[in-house]
Design a protein around this ligand. Structure first.
Ligand code: ZN
Length: 84
């Protein structure tokens, strides 16, 4: 543990480039910023968020190779449903 908030802007940018701005879960494009969407409630669901490919409560870490970008809404829906 430790290291605090290791999720950096450059990691975000790397993942964004690799995924070409698309959600890792549903494959749809993600808005880059709040003002790319018409309303704050849309942003809340569609904003890009860091998703742990292997959830932390299943032993997944915060390493960049365990992180992907997904819509916040897709991330929530996925929840703890990861299966080995
Ligand atoms: Zn999505």
């Amino acid at each position: 543990m430790g290291g605090g908030n290791s999720v950096t802007g450059s990691l975000f940018n790397n993942l964004w480039a690799v995924q070409e701005g698309r959600c890792a879960i549903c494959g749809e494009p993600m808005p880059r910023g709040r003002f790319d969407v018409p309303h704050a409630t849309v942003w809340k669901k569609k904003r890009p968020s860091f998703d742990h490919i292997r959830p932390r409560n299943k032993g997944g870490g915060d390493e960049s190779d365990n992180l992907q970008l997904a819509h916040a809404g897709c991330n929530w829906r996925k929840g703890d449903s990861w299966k080995p």
